[in-house]
Design a protein around this ligand. Structure first.
Ligand SMILES: Nc1ncnc2c1ncn2[C@@H]1O[C@H](COP(=O)(O)OP(=O)(O)OP(=O)(O)O)[C@@H](O)[C@H]1O
Length: 225
């Protein structure tokens, strides 16, 4: 699904990710952890064809990111759902309109998918907030709306950047369990998080690999979390 060979990235300063070699198979569950600035978001952006690595090669669904045309990038991204760290809503659109936005971006008629949208909002517990505007949402509601938007296109892979940032523990668990449910439906999941307790809670429920960025290198964490 995603293959990284000897991947490093530099924005002009020091190199991040340290020549990472990694495979993300279909249906897998990965956590990525490490200190602020370690390169977690950079890793996710590489997996979403938002960046090409400055060294090494990233292949997404078998295609080298550097060889992708604009159409390839658009097609690839339709197969990947992203939960951004800051959610990135359009504040003048309702929750339902924001969640449905990927459909219209892909040229589909959102009205044809009204049933799916209602089911999805119900699944994340936002059916009664469908007409609210994003600034009216709590942190947990924002994160769940962002998750609903990430899955509306039926992606095979979900990349979630701190999906439990700014929510309490109970809500963190609720969001985690939605992601575990998606994994059980066969979707590959990658979660970038600072929260080691979240990783421990997940490992009790799902077989997940934990990647830890330390000293600018990505290592597979052991059972000592
Ligand atoms: N567009 C950019 N231009 C220049 N430097 C960048 C850019 N994006 C990220 N960086 C730098 O690259 C490093 C890694 O950033 P990244 O956002 O990947 O880290 P992170 O592990 O996700 O951090 P956090 O946990 O704080 O979100 C940081 O030093 C950051 O300042």
């Amino acid at each position: 699904m995603i293959e990284l060979d000897s991947v490093s990235h530099s924005y002009g300063g020091s190199e991040l990710l340290g020549g990472l070699a990694l495979r993300l198979p279909p249906g897998s569950f990965h956590f990525l952890t490490g200190p602020s600035g370690a390169g977690k978001t950079t890793f996710l952006r590489l997996c979403y064809a938002e960046l090409a690595p400055t060294a090494g090669r990233v292949r997404i669904f078998g295609k080298d990111v550097r060889a992708m045309s604009r159409d390839d990038v658009a097609h690839t991204r339709r197969r990947i759902g992203v939960v951004h760290q800051d959610c990135q809503f359009l504040d003048h659109l309702s929750v339902a309109e924001n969640v449905a936005l990927p459909l219209s971006v892909a040229g589909r008629n959102a009205a044809d998918h009204a049933g799916d949208l209602a089911d999805l909002l119900g699944w994340v517990g936002l059916d009664t907030r469908a007409e609210a505007l994003p600034p009216e949402l709590s942190g947990g509601e924002r994160q769940r709306a962002a998750l609903a938007r990430a899955v509306i296109m039926g992606p095979e892979l979900i990349l979630a950047d701190e999906p439990t940032g700014n929510v309490d523990w109970e809500m963190s668990l609720r969001i985690l369990h939605l992601l575990i449910e998606l994994n059980r439906m066969g979707k590959a999941i990658v979660i970038a998080t600072h929260d080691l307790n979240l990783i421990r809670a997940a490992k009790a429920n799902v077989s997940a690999r934990v990647l830890r960025i330390k000293d600018r290198r990505v290592q597979l964490a052991g059972a000592d979390l």
